[in-house]
Design a protein around this ligand. Structure first.
Ligand SMILES: CC(C)(COP(=O)(O)OP(=O)(O)OC[C@H]1O[C@@H](n2cnc3c(N)ncnc32)[C@H](O)[C@@H]1OP(=O)(O)O)[C@@H](O)C(=O)NCCC(=O)NCCS
Length: 211
């Protein structure tokens, strides 16, 4: 299946590896816009969270979509123990203080995912709200698949929450299948979701079709 994405009356969307220098803040804003509800209990208020994310972003752990030189989407992934969102325990404690920091570290630990051998784990995908539904997310997923193939991974893994059925539908269209669902009703009040589904896609397939 061919993929492209266009802006409204502007140039085409291009995809590149890495967050461009100077776009870290924009990347953090897009990430927060997409995941602020989920990460809020750990990183709120937004005025602190966005600069924290921007300052600790691992720019080489993302594929990015640009329109007219502006960042309009990104997808993060883990490799060699580093994901898109960095920041040591010490940096969390420094930013949020010794009293509130440890609780926040505990919450962040709930979202940690360790790749199994041969797996590339995705670390979140976010597209500018004004650019959604135009194929940008699909372009980013295929670029992540290219990264996985180059790193000799045999599968890509991601997690999707039960309150995001449209994202799940997109992943299914792009060849991901659900492998398990963890029900966490006790987290619904805090994070806004009550189940997380893990999905896999075999590397070497596009949108579910063998290449
Ligand atoms: C999910 C997301 C990355 C998809 O990017 P995109 O550029 O809109 O994706 P595409 O244009 O390639 O595909 C569109 C499909 O994405 C899905 N989608 C999910 N949320 C969407 C939204 N708010 N607007 C449009 N499409 C959305 C739908 O399946 C849509 O197809 P549909 O119009 O038939 O329902 C984007 O909507 C986004 O950033 N959402 C918020 C963050 C998020 O949910 N991330 C995923 C967490 S697991």
């Amino acid at each position: 299946m061919g993929l492209d994405a266009t802006g409204s009356g502007t140039g085409p969307v291009t995809v590149r590896r890495g967050v461009p220098a100077g776009a870290e803040r924009r990347a953090a804003e897009l990430y927060w816009d997409a995941f602020g509800r989920k990460l809020g209990p750990a990183l709120n208020p937004p005025g602190k969270a966005v600069p924290f994310l921007a300052a600790h972003l691992n720019a080489d752990r993302a594929v990015c979509a640009l329109l007219d030189g502006q960042l309009v989407g990104l997808a993060g992934y883990q490799h060699d123990g580093r994901g898109l969102t960095g920041g040591s325990a010490r940096s969390v404690l420094r930013a949020y203080g010794p009293l509130r920091g440890p609780y926040r570290l505990l919450l962040l630990a709930l979202f940690e995912r360790r790749p199994a051998p041969g797996q590339l784990v995705m670390d979140g995908i976010a597209v500018d709200p004004g650019m959604r539904g135009r194929g940008v997310g699909s372009l980013l997923l295929e670029e992540v698949a290219a990264v996985a193939a180059e790193q000799d991974c045999r599968e890509i893994r991601l997690d999707v929450i039960d309150t995001n059925p449209r994202a799940r539908a997109l992943y299914e269209r792009r060849g991901f299948t659900a492998v398990r669902t963890e029900h966490t009703p006790y987290l619904r009040g805090l994070f806004g979701f009550g189940a997380v589904t893990t999905m896999h896609r075999r590397v070497g397939t596009e949108g579910g079709e063998e290449l």
